[in-house]
Design a binder for this molecule. Structure first.
Ligand code: SF4
Length: 75
């Protein structure tokens, strides 16, 4: 499974990703995307997630592979 990562230093807060991925992101009051949860991308949302990555004008989004059975950050 992939996980969506936002580079907050690059994001310019136009909110496009929150429009494309409302299941994972909500736009905050300043237009920046706020995660709804841990940002794991279920298979059904992969196409929308890839579209959000491709269309981010600031190149601030990327998908990273998460090993099955391990939570991100666990040791
Ligand atoms: S599309 Fe990119 S620049 Fe726009 S809010 Fe999302 S992460 Fe930030």
């Amino acid at each position: 499974m992939n996980r969506l990562h936002v580079d907050w230093t690059a994001c310019d807060g136009r909110g496009l990703c929150a429009e494309l991925l409302p299941e994972l992101l909500v736009e905050d009051e300043w237009g920046y995307p706020a995660p709804r949860g841990e940002m794991s991308v279920p298979p059904a949302l992969e196409p929308a997630a890839r579209q959000a990555v491709d269309r981010c004008p600031a190149l601030a989004l990327k998908l990273t592979r998460v090993s099955a059975g391990r939570a991100p950050g666990s040791s």
